[in-house]
Design a protein around this ligand. Sequence first.
Ligand code: FES
Length: 105
Amino acid sequence: MSEPSFIRICSVNDIPEGSVKAFRVNGSAVAVYHSAGAFYASEDICSHEQEHLSEGWLEGEVIECPRHGAQFNLKTGEALSLPATEPIAVFEVKVEGENVFIAVP
Ligand code: FES
């Protein structure tokens, strides 16, 4: 399998601790999270009914969908609570200096 290619998304200062921002990457909606000292990235669409997860609530490595409250683990993408049953896609994140990169979806 080939190595994923990483693309620079933003500066670490663009996403304060405890917040999430939405980006378009190669035409896809991506959410980038900064929580508990780490950065995470996922598709910005809930697997339940297409809500933007970047408008949800972030706690530790869990994002809660703002529409019906499903929770997802940002490390694995696993759906942790109903009504979502399918995982979301998550992307590898690298921080180098001030720059945040994600493995392009
Ligand atoms: S749209 Fe996300 S839980 Fe329903």
